[in-house]
Design a protein around this ligand. Sequence first.
Ligand SMILES: *Cc1c(COP(=O)(O)O)cnc(C)c1O
Length: 400
Amino acid sequence: MQDIHQRIRDIQHFGEEGGVVPVIDVASTSTFLNPEDMERAFHGEMEGCYLYSRHSNPSVNMFSKKMAALEGMEFGLGTASGMSAISSALEQIMGDGGEIISSLTVYGGTYALFKNVFPQQGIQVKFVNIEDLQEVERAITPRTKVIYTETLSNPLLRVSPLQKLGDLCRKRNIKLVVDNTFTPMLINPSVFGADVVVHSCTKFISGASDLIAGVVLSSKKFIHELIDLNHGRIMLKGPVMDPRIAHELYLRLDHLPIRMKAHSAAAQYFAENVEKAGIKIIYPGLKSHNQHDLMKSMMNPGYGFGGMMAIDMKESKKAMRLAQRLQDEKFGLYAVSLGFSRTLMSCPSVSTSSEITAEDQAKMNLSPGLLRLSIGFVGDHQIMLERFVKCYRECEKHNP
Ligand SMILES: *Cc1c(COP(=O)(O)O)cnc(C)c1O
């Protein structure tokens, strides 16, 4: 398969006067020289013709095409946020109702959408252990339309068996929808049979923690359904991407491969040495992670295991004390989100996963003392490691 980096490289757009960067097309509406063409456009007969920016926009289109190339998908559509990418894609597939089988270990916002909002729209969601194929298969009914999972789960860093899920979906005529937010470049869910891939572009794809955005990647047919003038969930509910944001992200995709490698290199060095210091750490790049080989078998070579890891301090108070010390020592910033150039830390049980009921948190083995780390690449790796080990030892002493 062609290297993913080259796929991005081969997407080229020019500015109006031959500039090496495309211009931002901010127009909300486009002129029709022939009024009859506008009528035809409204009947969907003018492919490639721009009408109104909620329907399609040249700058958003350029970004979406580059993302589609990155994910090995046919087509894409930038959205206002990761959540709108998830909700719009699923609502479009589910239509007037039915069932979704979802991994229990998903992002807290996704969990709340599935648990509290979708049932009010006639969409039922069954949460399962996505690693247990028999449990997944048993959950399928004639009403099941989608299996939903995250490639690498937030925050527990469990790896989804995408090939097996893809095969199951083919066999049972169900759509596989995968959130690939933690692993852009590293893993392409399309290779394993994902029908729809979504991203929160707010994270690694932005890389600067400066904007909210998302993207849906799928077949041309499905993307056209999303912007259909009469039934499209993006067109009619309107969570579109602003062309200025699309332009920013378009440019940043050129250095996403370098950034992902840098995150992986920093994280791998950190995790290996923290483990050597006798501190237990959860990172799929370590042989001690029981899905290390599974993840390796799914990865594009050369990008590493990514920047996400977690450490279990058992109690949330202890995790927060460690985070506080680490912040004081300028190891990282105590903030939700991830994929920033600098290290971000948070306690999921009391923040990004607090939407998940205590019962479900226990069922998915989400420890109240889990501290999630999104490892940045700015700074000296060795100094960062020393700061971490020092703070960790202090916290251990403080509370033996
Ligand atoms: C952050 C996140 C989302 C939500 O994305 P937004 O851009 O904040 O709407 C969805 N899935 C995962 C895995 C995330 O980390």
